[in-house]
Design a protein around this ligand. Structure first.
Ligand code: ZN
Length: 323
């Protein structure tokens, strides 16, 4: 039901930002003044695709299963058009991508936080070409509206108004989580697709606006999946364990870093079977389900964060990432 650092009404105030490069000596920099070229390739299979073409000839493909709060935008490009690196900026966050060794395509996953307003948002793309030129382009994403349900829940009072003796613990854990989310591998550690971590009934409650014992709290930033006490929960993709421990709100928790700023979060376990620093493959067992922390019964809370944005795990499942 709960995920670490969920009491976060503001939007990505602590997201890491890309350092601005100063001085572009010897390089030609040319702008395509808000020039936006859209070519609709296909809208089949639920994924909408758009190709943005730069004056230099570089082409970048944008696709998403749903352009809405909680969604994910996949930005993909190949080396054919002379690009060696690309930086995408959305809001305060920058996403950098390069072609990795042995790969033919590079990509970035842009998180569309659940608290974003529907309507137009700017996506700024900068391509760094092999010949030293740099080109920038702005593309407007129009986010659809998404209604999130309001739900009243009853939990132990100490999880709504934590007693003074645990406030220090909560603060420490919040700092720890901020640190964990601030560092991600520069290389993609995952496979081309994500899997469900557990076969169980999906409550479909991502983004739900929660009211605990009559007191409104922040949105539910993950999905709850029915899981019997002691049943195994698996890694939804390959990655590295960056946290495996007990936390006040989310109980026994595992966080995986998949690289490129993408983290998956698994909560409320009765028993942890992995440790921090361990590398896991997609499908490896992480822990056994339970009801630790702020939980009303045994289940798995599954969350996804992309560079600070809280996104819908189901949006991740629908993506086809380059091999
Ligand atoms: Zn939950």
């Amino acid at each position: 039901m709960e995920e670490p650092a969920h009491e976060r009404p503001e939007l990505r105030s602590s997201s890491p930002t890309y350092p601005q490069k100063k001085g572009m000596n010897g390089m030609t920099k040319f702008f395509s003044l808000a020039a936006v070229f859209l070519a609709l390739i296909s809208s089949s299979g639920g994924a909408e695709k758009t190709v943005v073409r730069f004056t230099s000839g570089a082409a970048v493909e944008l696709s998403s299963t749903a352009l809405e709060p909680g969604g994910i935008l996949l930005v993909k490009w190949g080396p054919a058009t002379g690009v060696k690196k690309m930086v995408v900026r959305f809001g305060e966050t920058a996403y950098e991508s390069r072609i990795e060794q042995g790969k033919t395509q590079a990509f970035a996953l842009v998180g569309l936080d659940l608290a974003l307003e529907p309507g137009p948002h700017d996506l700024r793309m900068t391509v760094f070409l092999q010949d030293g030129r740099i080109e920038e382009m702005k593309h407007t994403l129009v986010l659809k509206d998404r209604e999130f349900a309001v739900r009243n829940l009853r939990v132990k009072q100490e999880f709504v108004t934590p007693p003074p003796e645990v406030r220090e613990r909560i603060r420490r854990e919040s700092d720890l989580l901020q640190m964990v989310y601030s560092v991600s591998r520069e290389h993609w550690l995952g496979e081309a697709s994500f899997d469900w971590p557990h076969q169980g009934k999906n409550a479909g409650n991502f983004g739900e606006r929660r009211v605990y014992n009559g007191i409104p709290r922040s949105s539910h930033s993950g999905l709850d999946i029915a899981a019997a006490h002691g049943s195994p929960v698996c890694a939804s993709n390959s990655g590295r364990v960056v946290l495996a421990r007990d936390l006040y709100f989310s109980g026994n928790t595992v966080i995986l870093d998949h690289g490129l700023g993408v983290f998956t979060i698994y909560c409320h376990f009765s028993r942890l079977l992995v440790h921090r620093g361990q590398t896991v493959k997609r499908g490896d067992i992480l822990a056994l389900a339970g009801s630790t922390g702020r939980s009303t019964g045994p289940h798995l809370h599954w969350g996804v964060r992309i560079r600070g944005s809280r996104v819908d795990p189901e949006a991740l499942l629908g993506l086809n990432l380059p091999e």
